[in-house]
Design a protein around this ligand. Structure first.
Ligand SMILES: Cc1cc2nc3c(=O)[nH]c(=O)nc-3n(C[C@H](O)[C@H](O)[C@H](O)COP(=O)(O)OP(=O)(O)OC[C@H]3O[C@@H](n4cnc5c(N)ncnc54)[C@H](O)[C@@H]3O)c2cc1C
Length: 398
């Protein structure tokens, strides 16, 4: 069947849903809270064959998708290689994926400045009301409104993200600004440093505007670090004394918080990673949460992408999972009436998301566990980190 789908959220999850449903013959309206076009979110997105197939299935292009990384290499604190593994992957960026999907949704169908306040299942149809006063009706509603989803309240009341006990610091440095030894020995790899109780990764991504020319590319540094509740409260408090809820916008992170991170980096990290941080644009942190809604659909309302489930970033699955959700939505809606189709979608995608959430938790538990040494040698899970980080877990997703 086909009809009119109202998608809440116009980021990558909402755009994948819109593109896949449009290809299946649905009329789609995307309602996005932001008042201006979304841009410049996050950094590297590690791709998988499955993601490339799904981008193409959505009708978007995959030419010049990103930077190709050939192998994974773990270093100790002195810069010596402790392990290596061939694993070719392309690292793309949020902007690259978002912009190619955004072009697939015509202007009138993508409405900025629409914040979903209420969703009603009327039996044979749905009605969405926005904080700005719009009332929009359709045959089904898809909540692709992120990990703090409003739509989730009507599908799975009470489901909420869970704090993991650690944060991720992220930083981007331009290739040309890095010392020669880092450009030669670290830049091209998916690089790991695995001291006990923490983890640092780096990988290359495109420069601004998807610039893939050597020298113009950037190195993405990711540092997972445990943080106590009180320390997190302090880190989420801005210079005006306002405590932000769950995450804090990067510009609001106080200088003292950044200084403390740099001090810890100098004391604990291998020298090349300190040098990368010293040359990076202002680093920022994100607390790590995950969640799995108990169901992904109720009646004519479904959840997709981060609204449905968030696996910790170690599995690098957020975009691929959102794309696979969208593909499954369109497929089931092509086979069944809306309620039955969304119930089948929920069963299929809940199982896949549970697998990704589980692997993310296991990798996260290994990162913060005491195993290994401060110098980055002898980590008991070194091989598993190299083999499983940002790799689609074997199972129903593949
Ligand atoms: C450190 C880190 C590394 C990551 N690395 C990877 C990786 O390597 N690979 C990967 O695939 N993923 C990665 N991710 C995850 C990835 O960025 C997301 O999973 C992905 O973008 C899917 O997002 P989404 O569209 O479902 O939600 P979001 O991107 O959160 O979008 C939700 C949208 O809904 C809008 N919205 C919210 N509330 C409302 C409302 N009430 N009404 C209307 N609109 C609303 C928001 O403005 C937003 O545009 C990483 C994440 C982190 C933190």
């Amino acid at each position: 069947m086909s009809g009119r789908a109202i998608v809440a959220g116009g980021s990558i999850g909402g755009l994948f849903a819109a593109a896949m449903l449009r290809r299946a013959g649905w009329e789609v309206i995307v309602l996005e809270r932001a008042r201006a076009e979304l841009a410049g979110r996050g950094a590297g997105i590690v791709t998988h064959d499955l993601l490339v197939r799904l981008i193409e299935a959505a009708g978007a292009d995959t030419a010049d998708l990103g930077v190709e990384v050939r192998q994974r290499v773990a270093f100790d604190i002195w810069g010596a290689v402790t392990a290596a593994m061939a694993l070719p992957q392309v690292v793309t960026s949020w902007e690259r994926v978002h912009s190619s999907l955004r072009r697939l949704v015509p202007e009138g169908s993508y409405r900025l400045g629409h914040t979903i306040a209420r969703v009603e299942d009327l039996g044979g149809s749905v009605r969405l009301r926005t904080e700005e006063g719009a009332v929009i009706e359709g045959d089904i509603a898809i909540g692709a409104d992120g990990f703090r989803s409003a739509v989730r309240g009507w599908v799975a009341p009470g489901a909420a993200p869970e704090w993991s006990g650690y944060v991720v610091w992220r930083a981007l440095a331009t290739e040309a600004d890095l010392p020669v030894h880092i450009r030669r020995e670290v830049f091209e790899h998916f690089a790991f440093f695995l001291p006990a109780g923490s983890q640092i990764l780096t990988y290359p991504i495109a420069g601004p505007d998807n610039d893939l020319r050597p020298g113009h590319r950037r190195l993405n540094l990711v540092w997972y670090l445990p943080v106590g509740r009180d320390a997190l409260d302090d880190m989420l408090t801005d210079a005006e004394g306002r405590r932000h809820d769950m995450t804090i916008p990067p510009p609001a992170i106080r200088d003292e918080v950044l200084d403390a991170m740099m001090q810890a980096a100098r004391a604990r990290l291998a020298r090349p990673f300190v040098e990368i941080l010293e040359r990076a644009e202002r680093p920022f942190f994100t607390p790590i949460y995950d969640h799995l809604a108990p169901v992904f659909a109720r009646g004519r309302i479904a959840l997709a992408g981060d609204a449905a489930a968030v696996a910790r970033p170690h599995v690098g699955m957020g975009v691929t999972k959102a794309a696979a959700d969208a593909e499954a939505l369109a497929r089931h809606l092509g086979q069944n009436a809306p309620e039955a189709a969304l119930a089948a979608y929920s069963a299929e995608r809940h199982a896949a998301a549970a697998l990704a959430v589980g692997v993310g938790r296991t990798l996260g538990a290994w990162i913060v566990a005491a195993g290994g040494r401060a110098d980055g040698t002898a980590h008991p899970h070194e091989q598993a980190f190299l083999a499983q980080t940002a790799v689609v877990p074997a199972g129903p997703l593949t």
